[in-house]
Design a protein around this ligand. Structure first.
Ligand SMILES: Nc1ncnc2c1ncn2[C@@H]1O[C@H](COP(=O)(O)OP(=O)(O)OP(=O)(O)O)[C@@H](O)[C@H]1O
Length: 707
């Protein structure tokens, strides 16, 4: 049978070639199936009528009220002219305002008559207002107000101009439904539908487009989101299983001289319990003969670098090479310096490869890598972009991988016959359910203990008016021998402006902290690498007391003597970023401070973020809150992953319970049928294979972009 869902959209009555072309261009709708999956972007609930008084108390984006017109008047002149209609019900009065189409409204609204008004309410001086509400007489059969819950479809200006606004799209979907009803195939096996009490796929699709009640809409959305997330979880768990069961990995069974010597004689400090536990987990993985793919989550300053080094030493003792990849050159340099220093007495050879490594040096390094002379290579993306070759790469550390592109890692070393063990390190605390999706194919280690002697950082939110006090505080800290960071936000669209504001800030600071008594350095992303390195070095050596910078220092920079972090325009940063920045201080034993500077007027979301920063230093708590405030799409890298994972219906930030349910069901299915070989799971296998193909295509595109 021909699959009706694959039919070209131009064959749908009242579409035709011209509108079909537009639908393709604007909304990527090419087939009947595409239109069916073009779900409403939001819903309006016209199933209940609110009283004016209750509108004041409930937070609903749109409401309808039933009220009588008691007064009308035209206010203002010219383009400020507006028509204000006062309406009343038994609980109160509301003002309805029109700035346009005044004559049209005037003609249709009669004094003392009752209407249903539908619109977006707002409160002005405690009074309910609605601008440009829709209205109609109550009790008219088939009227919009009697239609219950309605979907609003995403459309574009161009489509609206061609008679394809939200309502027209809704009409097309209705026509479509008449043709496809009864032909929608089920994609989940009956046992899952039964266990989870799900709607059938057909019923779910019908209900998302034409909800009969709010409850049915919720069940329909649950079913479609569940299906989407379940497919992903199944794929992730299956990939993990295949890796563990089938993929070969290097066996690193020796704990040799270099690791032992370092551990016993050269370690600058005893490891924390959590660090010891993680090393043990990694060693176990490396011993199994399967490839390790582990995520190391540790809050800022929890001591991840030493773990990378200890692992690399085990690897070197077993005769393999390691690569450690950092997200920025500054960080790669920092790792290189500290690891070089630590490794010198061990006879382990360490090299650095970044975007600014010169051609001649690269040639020399390539030789060293191919001959096996170099044990540990530290670098940036350049390691991949430039296709660096190793003699026997056994271990790769990806630092801060959220910057790296979540999906890329899967494909990085597929060229090697035996893939190296991979340790992904991240300081971004990822809420549990999000981690299930983003890193669902990895094993997870947690560094949940900070090195001893750390004092919690004190965080203060300060306004522009108090700047002089902040300056005074910075002076005190500098007088006590400490160092200070001052960070400006960087917003991609207007880098020039950002740098200008940083430079202005630097000039103002120079007045408060004049040379030669004080020394400040400026570092920002647009500077030449050599200059950046120079600035960082001067600060690290303690020769400058103030480092003025953009967020280039956000990840990883480690200067334990710096105790004050001043964040300018803190309201412009997201919570995870603020947390990362704050993590640059409090890395030594001294009391540290984070001062969040903001303008006097900030939005309520910004205020919530800043208040949360003041209230807690717990990265996980902040990450959860960030997720609620901003959604997964705004957390670094997750938008990209959402796309790569083809998550279209579910929301990775909000649908946490559904993610957990989907994972649980997926686990259950795989326990009973580890490789989906039973007939009853054939359709699941097909789904997983389809997602895998899509995902691979996306990863290929991502990789093509960087290489
Ligand atoms: N067990 C320990 N005892 C004392 N100090 C430690 C210990 N482990 C690490 N440190 C020190 O703590 C500081 C932070 O360590 P490191 O730079 O590895 O943190 P990180 O986890 O990479 O943090 P971030 O993600 O913020 O970069 C460093 O100065 C490091 O020398």
């Amino acid at each position: 049978m021909e699959d009706i869902l694959l039919r070209d959209i131009k064959f749908l009555p009242s579409v035709g070639p011209k509108r079909a072309e537009l639908l393709k261009l604007e909304l990527k709708i090419s087939t009947f199936g595409d239109l069916l999956m073009h779900l409403p972007a939001r819903y309006i609930d016209r199933s209940s009528v609110y009283t004016i008084d209750s509108v004041r108390r409930v937070e609903m984006p749109y409401v309808q009220i039933r009220a009588r017109v008691v007064a009308t008047q035209i206010l203002g002149q010219g383009h400020k002219q507006r028509y204000v209609v006062q309406v009343m019900d038994s609980t109160g009065v509301a003002d309805l305002i029109w700035f346009r189409n005044v004559a049209w409204v005037q003609k249709r609204l009669e004094l003392q008559r009752e209407y249903i008004f539908f619109g977006k309410p707002s409160l002005f001086n405690g009074e309910v207002q609605m601008v440009h509400p829709e209205f109609e007489m109550p009790g008219v059969a088939g009227s919009a107000s009697a239609m219950g819950v309605q979907g609003v479809y995403r459309t574009t200006e161009k489509l609206s101009n061609n008679m394809l606004g939200s309502r027209a799209i809704s009409g097309l979907v209705r026509t479509l439904w008449g043709k496809v009803e009864g032909q929608i195939r089920e994609t989940l096996p009956p046992h899952i539908i039964r266990e989870r009490g799900l709607l059938s796929r057909e019923e779910a699709l019908k209900q998302v487009h034409f909800p009969s009640t709010p409850e049915m809409l919720n069940r329909a959305l649950y079913r479609l989101k569940f299906e989407e997330l379940f497919g992903i979880q199944l794929l992730l768990l299956l990939q993990k299983k295949v890796r563990i069961d089938k993929s070969e990995g290097f066996v690193m069974s020796r704990v040799g001289e270099r690791f032992n010597k370092f551990y016993e004689e050269l370690m600058p400090f005893p490891l924390t319990g959590a660090q010891k536990r993680v090393i043990k987990e990694v060693r176990q993985d490396m011993f199994t003969g399967h490839q390790m793919n582990r995520l190391l989550q540790g809050d800022v300053g929890s001591g991840k670098t030493i773990i990378a080094l200890l692992c690399a030493l085990i690897v070197a003792d077993n005769g393999y090479q390691s690569a450690i990849m950092a997200p920025t050159e500054i960080l790669a340099n920092q790792h290189y310096e500290s690891i070089c220093g630590l490794c010198e007495p061990l006879g382990v050879s360490v090299a650095l490869w970044t975007g600014s490594t010169r051609k001649k040096e690269r040639a020399r390094l390539s030789e060293g890598l191919m001959s096996g002379e170099i044990d540990i290579l530290i670098g940036t993306h350049a390691l991949i972009e430039q296709g660096v070759q190793f003699a026997n790469l056994g271990f790769v550390v990806i630092d801060e991988q959220h910057r790296f592109g979540v999906m890329q890692r899967a494909k990085l070393w597929t060229k090697n016959q035996t893939p190296p063990h991979v340790l992904v390190m991240t300081a971004t605390p990822i809420p549990r359910t999000l981690a299930m999706t983003l890193y669902g194919d990895l094993d997870v280690s947690l560094l949940d203990e900070l090195p001893p002697g750390r004092k919690p950082i004190k965080t203060i939110h300060s306004y522009e008016n108090y700047r002089l006090r902040v300056v005074g505080f910075m002076r005190e800290q500098i007088a006590a021998g400490r160092q200070v960071y001052v960070v400006y936000p960087m917003i991609k669209e207007s880098e020039k402006l950002d740098i200008a504001s940083l430079e202005e800030g630097a000039v103002a600071l120079a007045e408060h902290f004049p040379p030669p008594a004080y020394c400040s350095v400026v570092v920002h992303g647009k500077m030449k690498q050599a200059l950046k390195d120079y600035g960082m070095d001067v600060f690290k050596r303690g020769e400058a007391q103030i480092l003025i910078s953009t967020t280039v220092i956000e990840v990883g920079v480690n200067v334990p003597n710096a105790t004050v972090m001043v964040i300018e325009n803190a309201e412009r940063f997201g919570l995870s970023q603020l947390h990362q920045l704050r993590g640059r201080v409090g890395r030594g034993g001294d009391q540290s401070y984070c001062i969040l500077m903001s303008g006097n007027k900030i939005s309520s979301d910004s205020r919530k973020r800043l208040e949360a920063m003041v209230a807690t230093t717990d990265g996980f708590e902040l990450a959860e809150l960030d997720l609620q405030l901003r959604g997964a799409g705004d957390i670094d890298g997750t938008r990209q992953s959402g796309q790569a994972l083809e998550v279209k219906i579910a929301n990775l930030a909000k649908d946490t319970q559904i993610i957990a349910d989907a994972r649980e069901t997926a686990q259950g299915v795989l326990e009973a049928d580890p490789y989906l070989s039973l007939a009853e799971n054939a359709m699941l296998l097909a789904t997983v294979q389809r997602i895998e193909r899509q995902r691979e295509a996306v990863v290929d595109i991502e990789l093509a972009k960087i290489s």
